[in-house]
Every structure is written in C-alpha cells, then in structure tokens.
Design a protein around this ligand. Structure first.
Ligand SMILES: [Zn+2]
Length: 348
C-alpha cells in the first residue's frame, strides 16, 4: 500500500464544490503515471490510459473528490460564524471538532465547532443539537473583525489527522470517504501489467456528497461502455458491512439496483484472486446512482469498501481490506475484454 498517497489525499481540503486542491494533486499523480489528463467543463478530472487499439471502447473508473463540510452563512455579534452543511452529518459528531476554513485568497484559518461546557449543559440534556443552533469559532473578537477575513460562502471542513492504529492494521482519518477510492484507483491502475483492449478513464468527480452532481457530467463526457464507481460505504459491523471482510457487493441502495451480470463478473474476478467479498445493502447512494442513467444508460458497477464513522473526522478503515481491494480491482481491469463490454450493453 502506498501510505503516503492515502495520507496526502485524506488531508487535502475539498468540501463539495471546493475540490481544487484535490484536482491539482490528482493531476500530478496522473501525469507521473503517463496518463493524459483532461477535465470536463463541470470540473471532474480524468487520467486517461490509452489503448494501443484504435476506436475501442471506454471504461470509466470513478471516485469522488469531495468530502462533507460546511459553508459560512452568517456572522454573530461575538465573532463566531453560522454555517450550512455540505453533505450529511450526525450532528453530535460535529461538536467541539477542530475546523479549517479556506479564505477567498486560499489561506486557511483554524478554529472549532461550538460546544457547551459540561457545567452549562445541565438541564439541557433533552435539547436537540442542530446545525442551525451551532456556530464556528475562528477566534475573532467581533462580527466586524470576522467580516474582514471571512466571506459568506467560504468553505469549512472538520480536521481529522491521518494515523495508523494497532500496528498498522487500521487507519484513522477524515475523508476516507472517498479519498480512499481515489487512492485505490491510482494504485490499481499503477499495478496493471497487461495491455488493455479499452481506453481507461481514471477519474475524480465533484460534488457527490450533495447529490451525485458531478457524476452526470462524467457520464456524458466520457460516455463509457462500463463505469466502475469506487466509494466508501458506512460499516454496519453486522453480518453485511464489516471491517476486514472485504469488498462490498453492493446489490441495492437508494440510487441503484445492481445488475446481476455485473455482480457475477465482480464476484468471479474477486474469487480468481482470492479477494474476500461481502454482500451489502446501501442506505445511501453513490455516483453510480446517476451514472447508470446517463443518456441511453451506462452499465455501472460499484466497487466499495466500508469504513466506520464515515462523514466524521474520525473514520476507520481496515488496511487488509484496502490492499485486497486494490489487488481485486487490478485483476478486474486486466480481465475485462471487449466482449464483456459488449455483453454488459446487451449488444449480443
Ligand atoms: Zn462517498
């Protein structure tokens, strides 16, 4: 596993709509891999591994660049700011988290999400915390002072540094959803040894967390014969969705019903290289939810791992899951033939 790659990616600043730092970083990595870099007008980025075959089919391997965060919506007299969320939060996990705000000029401000001291909490146990009644403190002494440095709409994220746990068996970090996917895509494509009979678009999408907004443009721009979405799903620690139990065969979620031929192909490939897998029912959606409906339809497969406490600054991922998943994904990329791509499109 390329530890530096995953650490770098998780620590980049990139709430939905503010993915520039991630795109810049991916551009460098893609160029080092001799991929041709393109961006579509929406902002999604691609590294293209060209095939020696001319006029061949296309495969899109997509993960989202954005992470959950906030935007500044207003100021309080005491110098704190009010926010709206970008993406879904369990509100209690926000309280007292360290926060970073990116200013208009690109500089960062450090601060924290508000929280009540226990002394003041008594009698308020039953009051529901909501993002509307929270504020963020960047240390300003007054509203006027805050307004000089902060602009409405500035993005904020919660800090969550990257650490290995238990002698390197697990990783704790913010934004494993979905920088883990971007790292996995890069590692799998680096490991591909075979000449591929298709054009491979390795990509990062924008604005997944606010409703799969970049995926649609990715589908239109690349118009692939097959899309593979690599994403990070919430671990349930139940029979389906456990850490260390392998790649998720995500058969159903709120945005897509998986095609059984694609699941069968995924399963066969994983078995061929002894990569563990587990069935999974998603409670949310992934970029696949939009991609598979673009134009006349795009055969779309999800290739996900689960992590604990995603959408918090302290998500936990299993390292063997990641390493196995990279191996499995490399094998899938090397196994795909033109006839599979035609079959998935019901051409035969
Ligand atoms: Zn995600």
């Amino acid at each position: 596993m390329d530890k530096q790659l995953l650490e770098d990616l998780t620590q980049l600043f990139g709430p939905s709509g503010h993915e520039e730092d991630v795109a810049k970083y991916l551009r460098k990595r893609y160029e080092e891999m001799s991929l041709e870099v393109q961006r579509d007008p929406f902002g999604n980025i691609y590294g293209i591994k060209h095939s020696k075959k001319k006029n061949t089919r296309r495969v899109l391997l997509l993960s989202h660049m954005d992470e959950v965060g906030f935007v500044v919506t207003g100021f309080l007299e005491n110098g704190c700011v009010k926010v709206s969320p970008l993406g879904g939060f369990n509100v209690e996990t926000i309280l007292a988290s360290r926060a970073i705000l990116k200013k208009q000029n690109g500089d960062f401000l450090y601060g924290t999400a508000s929280a009540l001291s226990p002394h003041l909490f008594q009698g308020k146990e039953n009051e529901k915390t909501s993002i509307e009644n929270m504020s963020f403190d960047f240390g300003f002494l007054s509203k006027e002072e805050a307004k000089k440095e902060i602009t409405i709409g500035d993005p904020i994220l919660l800090e969550g540094k990257f650490s290995f746990l238990n002698h390197g068996k697990r990783i704790l970090s913010k934004a494993l959803d979905d920088r883990m996917g971007l790292a996995m895509g890069i590692e799998a494509v680096r490991n591909v040894q075979k000449e591929l009979p298709y054009e491979l678009y390795l990509g990062g999408s924008m604005q997944e967390e606010v409703g799969l907004r970049g995926a649609h443009s990715a589908g239109e721009f690349v118009h692939p014969d097959l899309a593979i979405v690599v994403d990070c799903s919430p671990a349930t620690d139940q029979e389906e969705g456990s850490l260390g139990k392998g790649v998720l065969l995500r058969v159903f979620d709120r945005s897509m019903i998986a095609r059984k031929e694609l699941i069968a192909f995924q399963k066969k490939c994983l078995e061929e290289v002894q990569v563990p897998y587990q069935y999974y029912i998603g409670k949310g959606g992934t970029d696949a939810g939009d991609l598979h409906r673009v134009r006349e339809g795009i055969p779309t497969l999800t290739y996900c791992l689960c992590a604990r406490a995603i959408h918090t600054p302290s998500s936990v991922l299993d390292v063997s899951d990641f390493e196995n998943a990279v191996r499995g994904l490399t094998h899938i990329l090397e196994s795909l033939e033109e006839k599979d791509l035609a079959n998935f499109r019901y051409e035969n």
